[in-house]
Design a protein around this ligand. Structure first.
Ligand code: FAD
Length: 402
């Protein structure tokens, strides 16, 4: 079957595209036929059963920033109005929880509730497409994309449990890939129970509960994954353990949330007017390696160590772990959480050489090639690759922050 658009990942970005496509089809616009590949479950990163959260954490951004947000008028007022059928409010109205949510003062949803909402949107989008006579618009494959090849001007997508490759001329890659555990492989086997990753920390509560009072726990990382874990450790061990955050930064930066910064994520009109350096600086302050306000206070109770960790080894003098750093003494810890090493170009490793030829191995180079529609510049006509990361020309509106 030929799909015009293949999407890797049924997270918020993939699901938002499906909702928009179903809606555009309903008003007679030409839309691509979509194949979504999901190796776990829809909204897997939020539901608490696939890592990164236990599902009990609260969404940091406002739930009104839902899949239709920012409801731009550039598709016409009808689209903006009708997208509300996929809104957080519509979801709550349908499940009879809306008045309760309002009366409770509009609490931030738990991650698992946000996963329920996102999964509902995907089901609704498929149902709505069927209802308006586009039953084949969205196909979801419960399978892992294992190879991305090129045949002429089409992508060929091979996945784990589909019998043949799917073909598409547009490809959207979502998500951040898996944690790179290469630096901690050795200690994972020699120090079982003492080494966590940013992904599995939440799914191993029994190991977390074995952390003894007085222990030192080092969390290596600088972004939201690390911050959520530090906040949990601080809450759980309330200064009975020594919690250390280890990264290369001079300090722990908090995310800027002022109107003038937030508004670029809603309406990126002047984004193009900023120099490349200003845009990089903007993203550093508002999106990458910053701690959101919800975790900032808890993180302030942790100790910060500025270190460039070069290797992680078992401590020969005891049961703990040594972080070897460049130009500094070793740091020992009884437990570590490796919440670093995400690769924004993770999909490149799954591309055949023909596909890789269009995607540099340097994330900065790729970022600079991203155009207004989030497409990567320089591909042949008819072949599209969309990476929902804000780049040089890329728009920010509607992007989930990571
Ligand atoms: C603790 C924490 C709190 C956060 N809080 C917020 C918040 O409040 N607001 C916010 O906007 N963002 C928040 N984020 C960031 C948010 O999780 C991500 O920005 C968002 O989920 C990214 O959406 P996505 O659709 O790109 O990818 P993801 O949600 O990561 O989805 C990608 C999907 O792709 C699937 N997949 C991966 N590889 C393959 C493959 N080879 N084949 C098939 N499927 C594959 C995965 O299973 C996954 O379901 C938070 C992150 C963390 C860690």
């Amino acid at each position: 079957m030929t799909h015009h658009l293949a999407i890797i990942g049924a997270g918020p970005k993939g699901i938002a595209i499906c909702a928009r496509a179903a809606l555009l089809a309903s008003i007679g616009k030409a839309v691509p036929q979509i194949a979504v590949f999901e190796k776990q479950q829809a909204a897997a990163q939020w539901n608490g059963s696939c890592g990164y959260t236990d599902g009990q954490q609260r969404l940091g951004t406002s739930p009104e920033k839902d899949v239709g947000y920012p409801y731009p008028q550039n598709w016409g007022p009808t689209v903006a109005r009708r997208m509300q059928r996929f809104s957080w409010q519509a979801f709550n109205v349908q499940k009879g929880a809306y008045t309760d949510w309002i009366d409770r003062g509009r609490p931030q949803p738990l991650h698992r509730e946000w996963a329920e909402y996102l999964t509902w949107v995907l089901d609704e989008a498929r149902e709505f497409a069927r209802h308006v006579g586009h039953g084949n618009l969205i196909t979801v494959y419960d399978s892992e994309v294992t190879e991305i090849g090129l045949a002429g001007s089409m992508w060929t997508i091979t996945s784990s449990n589909t019998s043949h490759s799917q073909v598409a001329n547009g490809l959207v890659v979502t998500g951040h890939g898996e944690v790179d555990v290469t630096p901690i492989k050795q200690v994972m086997s020699s120090r079982p129970g003492r080494v966590f990753t940013g992904k599995d920390f939440w799914s191993r509560p029994e190991d977390v509960s074995r952390i003894a009072q007085g222990s030192t726990v080092a969390v290596i990382g600088s972004g939201e994954t690390a911050a959520a874990i530090v906040a949990k450790l601080v809450e759980r061990f309330d200064r009975t353990c020594r919690i250390r955050v280890v990264n290369r930064q001079r300090t722990i930066f908090s995310r800027n949330e002022t109107y003038h910064e937030n508004r670029f994520y809603s309406d990126p009109t002047d984004w193009e007017l900023m120099s490349v350096e200003e845009r990089d600086q903007f993203l550093k302050r508002t999106d990458k390696s910053v701690v959101s306000q919800q975790y900032a206070e808890a993180v302030s109770y942790a100790e910060h160590l500025r270190l460039q960790v070069v290797s992680v080894e078992a401590d020969p003098k005891g049961p703990g772990i040594l972080l070897k750093a460049s130009g500094a003494s070793d740091v020992s810890a009884d437990y570590i959480v490796w919440a670093a090493g995400f690769d924004p170009l993770w999909f490149r490793g799954r591309m055949t050489p023909a596909g890789r030829a269009y995607v540099s191995a340097d994330p900065q180079v790729v970022r600079r090639k991203i155009e207004y529609d989030l497409g990567v510049a320089g591909l042949p006509d008819n072949l599209k690759l969309h990476l929902p990361i804000p780049g040089r020309g890329g728009r920010l509106a509607g992007l989930a922050r990571s």
